[in-house]
Each structure stands twice: as structure tokens, then as C-alpha cells.
Design a protein around this ligand. Structure first.
Ligand code: ATP
Length: 347
């Protein structure tokens, strides 16, 4: 296991593009950390710097107390699992899993035992003599996992490992990977653009945007207390409702004048008001929600429409609430998030 520390780690590509601004955080022993953010936010660059596949422009990267800025990937005691699996097509599953160990001069009987053990853990025992082309996508991903496991690394790095799988398999594999990581207790850093993977797999999440950390926190903190409108709209499906509102005459008011909460300490000026769709109370309250569309999801329904002229979504738990037209709604004070309209940061 390993603790990983980044102290003002910075990346400027040779063409002058600053992909990661000076960034500091620490990953604890045995922790499962997920780096999440939209395409181009710098998450792969950050992971590749930790892996040693990309030079670090500035700052210090430490793995278990050892500065590794100029240590090559092979000497960092890490194993990486990629999106494209990086399997050798001409080799059997057995040889693919054993590959990293054979390269290191591990004795043959030890390799055989480790491969058998990993195959058992990953349900691959019956497929050890097949070639990658004879496997399903999920099985190939497990072979890539096997290759990482047998090396007993101090650190697992995952770069969007499930992106090539269909939705059902992705759900299954994310549970398998998480369970395996729990069992092995290996510190892991996992890159994804999928907020569901981030929420369900992480001990802690880092949300990146434009090469900058927007927020670090547990899935619950990120979901319930987003630090910015960016985090609020990136995490959660459907995302948090973000409504233009204002501090006005002692209250937070919607553009149509409806007061949704008392304003703290005589403030004035525009703000953005956030509320999760599941926190909206239907059937009472002072605001009017004009529902244009009902989306049936089985366990509940989503109502889509407008609140004070702005796009708005709410959960309807009762079927009787699931109608188009005008609904009275209450926005409970404790579920509201207020953001600075200009900076997008939480007030
Ligand atoms: P994706 O999910 O699309 O892979 P990402 O968040 O992983 O995105 P990175 O691959 O880390 O993003 O890239 C971050 C930014 O750096 C992007 O704007 C990308 O265009 C830029 N970039 C990546 N590699 C280089 C390079 N070799 N030279 C210059 N710019 C680069």
C-alpha cells in the first residue's frame, strides 16, 4: 500500500498549453480516489504524471515518502489498467497475466501460482488458455486487471477502464473492481468522465475543471454540498436545478418575485439558487412549477418544465403528482444551495 502526495504538481505541455495548474492533494493508504471531470479537464495528464508516463513541469510528487519526479514508470511500484486493455493479441490469457512478472525475472512456479490465484479471483480460470480475441469485453478487462494484480503493486492506476463496455457490463464491472480493491486494500486512483462511476466507486472524489480542482470530498459531500455551480451541474443525473434568483428586500426571490427563503443579513444582488430534483416538495408552497413533460422511470417520475421562466426538474414519487400543467411547489430551506452568480462559487 502507499500514500501519494502531490505538492503543487504542474503540467505545461511543450506547446505551452497548461493542462494542469499547480495542484496539491494527498491520497491515503488503501484509499480509492476518483478523478472526474469533462473531456480535456486534465485528468489523464494528472494520472500519467503519477504513473511516470508524462514529465512533471513543476512541484513534487511523493509516493510513500519518496520523491519520484524523475523515477521511471517501471520503478514506481505501480500497475496501470487502461481503457483499451493493452493486451497482447498473440498471447494466451495466462501469458498476458504473467507478462509483467516474467519480465521481472520472477521464478516460474511462483508466476504460475500467482496467475492461478488472480484468475480465480477474477473468474478467469476456465479461460486461461484462450487468446484475447476469444474473450468478451468484460473478460478482457478482467485480464488487464489480472496483469495488474499479480504484480502486487503499491498503487493501482485506472484510466477510464470501463469506457469500452456496454452499460450493463459497466455496472457489473464497477462493482467487481470496487470489491476487488476493498479485498486487496491497494491504494487506487481511478480516472473517469462518468459521474456515476465516481459516485459509486470512490472513497473520495476530486472534480477537475480546466486543469484546476473544483472540489475534493466524499461522494456524499460532493453531491449534497457542491462547492460550485460546475460541481452541482456535473454530479447527479438529472443534475441539480440552477435557477437565477436574487437577494431582494429581505428574501431570496425568483424573477417573478416569489420569495423562497429569508435573505441573510440585508444582502442584495443576483445569485444562483440550487436544488436537487428529489428535494423539491410537490403540492404545496408558494412557487409555481409549470410542468410540460412527465418522464416515467419505473420507481419514480421526473417532471420537466419551467420555474419562473427557467428550466426546472422535480421528482414525483406519487403517481397522482405526475401530471402536466401548473403545480405548487415548496423549495425546503435546508435543501437550497446559494451560489455567487458571477464566480459560480458556493456562498
Ligand atoms: P479526456 O477525458 O478527453 O481524455 P482528460 O481530462 O483526460 O480528457 P487530458 O488528456 O489530460 O484530458 O488533456 C488535458 C488538456 O491537455 C486537453 O486540452 C488536451 O488537449 C491537452 N493535451 C493533452 N496532451 C497534450 C500534448 N501532448 N500537447 C499539448 N496539449 C496536450
Amino acid at each position: 500500500m502507499a500514500r501519494v502526495t502531490l505538492d503543487r504538481v504542474h503540467k505545461v505541455y511543450p506547446n505551452g498549453f497548461e493542462a494542469v495548474r499547480p495542484t496539491s492533494f494527498q491520497i491515503e493508504d488503501g484509499e480509492f480516489l476518483v478523478l472526474v471531470g469533462p473531456s480535456g479537464c486534465g485528468k489523464s495528464t494528472l494520472l500519467r504524471m503519477i504513473a511516470g508516463l508524462e514529465d512533471i513541469t513543476g512541484g513534487t510528487l511523493t509516493i510513500d515518502g519518496r520523491e519520484v519526479n524523475s523515477v521511471g514508470p517501471a520503478d514506481r511500484d505501480i500497475a496501470m489498467v487502461f481503457q483499451n486493455y493493452a493486451l497482447y493479441p498473440h498471447m494466451t490469457v495466462r501469458r498476458n497475466i504473467a507478462y509483467g512478472l516474467a519480465n521481472r525475472g520472477t521464478p516460474r512456479d511462483r508466476i504460475a501460482a500467482k496467475v492461478e490465484e488472480a484468475a480465480r479471483m477474477l473468474n478467469l480460470t476456465d479461460h486461461l488458455d484462450r487468446k484475447p480475441a476469444q474473450l468478451s469485453g468484460g473478460q478482457r478487462q478482467r485480464v488487464a486487471m489480472g496483469r495488474a494484480i499479480v504484480r502486487d503493486p503499491a498503487l493501482f492506476l485506472f484510466d477510464e477502464p470501463l469506457s469500452n463496455l456496454d452499460a450493463k457490463l459497466r455496472n457489473q464491472m464497477r462493482i467487481e473492481i470496487k470489491a476487488l480493491q476493498r479485498r486487496l486494500g491497494v491504494t487506487s486512483i481511478y480516472v473517469t468522465h462518468d459521474q456515476v462511476e465516481a459516485m459509486t466507486m470512490a472513497d473520495r472524489i476530486i472534480v477537475l475543471n480546466g486543469g484546476v480542482i473544483e472540489q475534493i470530498g466524499t461522494p456524499a459531500e460532493i453531491y449534497h454540498s457542491p462547492a460550485s455551480t460546475f460541481v452541482a451541474s456535473f454530479m447527479g443525473a438529472p443534475p441539480m436545478n440552477l435557477i437565477e434568483a436574487a437577494f431582494e428586500t429581505g428574501a431570496v426571490r425568483l424573477p417573478d418575485g416569489t420569495a423562497v427563503m429569508d435573505a441573510p443579513g440585508g444582502r442584495s444582488g443576483p445569485i444562483t439558487l440550487g436544488i436537487r430534483p428529489e428535494d423539491v416538495r410537490l403540492g404545496r408552497g408558494s412557487a409555481t412549477f409549470d410542468v410540460a413533460l412527465v418522464e416515467e422511470l419505473g420507481a419514480h417520475r421526473l417532471l420537466h418544465g419551467k420555474l419562473s421562466g427557467q428550466p426546472f426538474t422535480a421528482h414525483a414519487l406519487k403517481e397522482s403528482d405526475a401530471t402536466t400543467g401548473s403545480h405548487r411547489i415548496d423549495l425546503p430551506f435546508e435543501a437550497l444551495a446559494l451560489f455567487d452568480r458571477e464566480t459560480g462559487m458556493r456562498l
